[in-house]
Design a protein around this ligand. Structure first.
Ligand SMILES: *Cc1c(COP(=O)(O)O)cnc(C)c1O
Length: 420
């Protein structure tokens, strides 16, 4: 076990060692990583880095001490709400909070649904209904907050089977979940039908737009066919949208939106039964860095709607090119009919191709995908990060497919997250 040195080290030396430590990390800045880091370009880095410097030390735990962070949160949430048509609601503008990421936004949405169900409907054994493509964060929320989670199989096209979900809904259901789009294959669920199902039992409907929240509004402006999914859909209660994905802010910031202030109050914890005074906490964190919040504010202000539309146009060009290229190579295919920026690449049955071996061969050439199963496939979150490299990618892909055909790898793991 390593011990912290008794004597401190000079700044230069510390930073030099940190820099060296990064040697084996993925090199996202060369555009060859499909996910994890989303690169909005040099001026987006610049504005985020300067904002980070200003807010590195600030604490959003107490926004009375830091009123600027209250304003930042209010403004970023308000902009996101209007992008998702929360400003058109009869109930008044949709409201919400910033969180540290998609998982935390989902935790907040599930908690609010449970609290509303127990408070307004007297539900004592709360349940939620999801499709098997719903993000793992919903299972984490069910585990953490003591809800029973009922999981419906998806249709052949990987969209949620709303009839199968309807069979799982009952008097204990406090939440029904849809995704726009879902992560594994990037297809969008029928949100209107899912919200209708939720309303039929007076449950909340959460739309997981962690991936789509900062893509679909701009894809719609580009004239792409986007099925209704946001607050324009009756019955949608809460939405999660990650600014740290295709919102192009650095890590640590997402939005949870509620259709009404009344819904929002169910996620806030307030307490005064200790010796530290009145304590109100809107999300899962206590002490909370102002840095990601300020970066989100700065990046959104810098890009504006036009900047996001341009980044989305480029993202769609990249994704459409990649999908078409994959479909043109014998033996591999794209799972589902994803229309947006997520691509799941699998082998054709009996093609003699092991996609995990393919993933290894691509990795040797510097291309990084996440692995998923079942069925075995390589996942890509395409973004502006990958601009200018797609043709090179497809050339390497074709070479790698030829190279690995008939071979397999023993490593079948699909680890998506950190275990230690
Ligand atoms: C990324 C993602 C999440 C989880 O968000 P984190 O920011 O990783 O916590 C949830 N749902 C979908 C669809 C996602 O893409």
């Amino acid at each position: 076990m390593a011990e912290l040195g008794k004597q401190g080290r000079p700044v230069d030396e510390v930073i030099a060692e940190l820099t060296d430590k990064r040697a084996n990390d993925v090199k996202w800045s060369d555009g060859k990583t499909f996910g994890m880091v989303y690169d909005g370009g040099p001026s987006v880095h610049e504005v985020a880095e300067q904002a980070a410097r200003l807010y590195l030390h600030e604490n959003a735990l107490n926004t009375q001490a830091f009123p600027s962070l209250a304003a930042i949160q209010r403004e970023v949430v308000g902009w996101t709400s209007s992008l998702l048509h929360g400003d058109l609601l009869e109930e008044g503008a949709a409201s919400g909070f910033l969180t540290s990421g998609g998982t935390e936004s989902i935790l907040c949405g599930v908690l609010a649904a449970r609290e509303r169900g127990t408070t307004e409907r007297g539900v004592t054994e709360p349940e939620m209904v999801v499709a098997e493509t719903a993000h793992a964060a919903f299972h984490k929320a069910a585990h953490n907050f003591g809800l029973k989670i009922r999981v419906a199989a998806v249709r052949n096209d990987y969209t949620a089977d709303v009839d199968a979900m309807a069979a799982l809904v009952n008097d204990n259901t406090v939440l029904v979940v849809g995704s726009a789009p879902q992560y594994p294959q990037g297809v969008q669920d029928d949100i209107a039908a899912i919200a209708q199902l939720a309303m039929s039992v007076d449950a909340n409907c959460h739309v997981d737009a962690c991936m789509g929240g900062f893509v679909l509004p701009f894809a719609e402006r580009l004239g792409r066919d986007v099925q209704p999914w946001d607050f324009r859909v009756p019955g949608v209660t809460t939405i999660s949208a990650d600014i740290h994905k295709l919102g192009y802010a650095p890590k640590g910031v997402s939005v949870i939106l509620h259709r009404s202030k009344q819904s929002r109050q169910y996620q806030t914890f307030v307490f005064d039964g200790w010796l530290g005074g009145f304590y109100a906490s809107p999300n899962m964190q206590g002490t909370r860095s102002g840095l990601p919040m300020a970066c989100a504010w700065a990046v959104m202000q810098h890009l504006g709607i036009d900047g996001y539309v341009d980044l989305t146009r480029q993202t769609m060009i990249n994704a459409d090119r990649m999908r078409a290229g994959i479909m043109g190579i014998d033996g591999i295919r794209v799972l589902g009919d994803g229309q947006f920026h997520l691509i799941a690449m699998a082998a054709e049955p009996d093609s003699g191709i092991d996609v995990f071996a393919l993933g290894d061969a691509l990795m040797k050439r510097g291309w990084y995908h996440d692995r998923q199963a079942p069925p075995d496939n390589l996942h890509s979150t395409v973004s502006n990060t990958n601009t200018g490299v797609i043709d090179d990618y497809l050339t390497d892909l074709e070479t790698c497919v030829a190279e690995i055909r008939g071979t397999t790898t023993d490593d079948r793991s699909t680890t998506y997250a950190t275990l230690e």
